[in-house]
Design a binder for this molecule. Structure first.
Ligand code: TDO
Length: 184
């Protein structure tokens, strides 16, 4: 497997190396030693799997706050998605920048999302399935998000939005949130 750091420090696109034969292929999707050698999290405590039926649907942009901040490793096992992370880390030179990559069952790539980044995706085909590894337990009380169309981020989604949850539409815009924090 190869690790390619994205323009967002600590976030990686990971490409497995499938071995094919007459039956099909076999590939490693996680390698503890390789992840540790790249200074990455190798301690997953939960795996999740989602399926999204409609092309153009968006889920995101999600993160968990401290003390439940988490690292995620995301892979698309059916269909094709545009997968996005946003850097929210106060001390990061790329704060507020986003990175997006197509993940699909065909390219088999994974996105490694460090703590302090929000994550979301848009489906590019019907019936897209994503598998996640998480470093921290699901903690609804610490769940948070940023708006997929926040003008401070200007994420370049490939398709018009066909479907999105009420929760995802309701996240505060970053400028509102920062103004609230400034007011103490
Ligand atoms: C995330 C999560 C949700 N749930 C429940 C809550 C709810 O009833 C149902 C669906 O949850 P959501 O609407 O939050 O699902 P979804 O919008 O798909 O949430 C996911 O979005 C992507 C972008 C991510 O990065 C993931 O980490 C996760 O936040 O599943 C769990 O039981 N465990 C979990 O870990």
């Amino acid at each position: 497997m190869t690790f390619t750091e994205t323009p967002i420090a600590g976030a990686y696109l990971i490409t497995p190396a499938p071995r094919g034969d007459h039956r099909g292929w076999f590939m490693r999707t996680f390698d503890r030693d390789a992840f540790l050698a790249h200074g990455l999290c190798a301690d997953w405590i939960q795996m999740n799997h989602s399926m999204t039926t409609t092309t153009g649907s968006i889920r995101g942009m999600h993160f968990q706050n401290v003390p439940a901040a988490e690292v995620k490793l995301v892979r698309c096992v059916a269909g094709r998605v545009f997968d996005v992370l946003v850097d929210l880390r106060p001390d990061s030179p790329t704060r507020w920048q986003w990175f997006g990559a197509e993940l699909s069952a065909v390219n088999q790539q994974m996105l490694y999302i460090p703590e302090g980044c929000a994550h979301g995706f848009q489906t590019l085909e019907p019936n897209c399935e994503l598998v996640y590894c998480h470093s921290t337990a699901y903690a609804p009380e610490y769940e948070s998000g940023v708006r997929y169309n926040d003008p401070k981020l200007t994420i370049n989604w490939p398709l018009p939005v066909a479907d999105i949850s009420e929760r995802d539409l309701g996240f505060a815009l970053l400028n509102e949130e920062l103004r609230m924090k400034d007011q103490g």
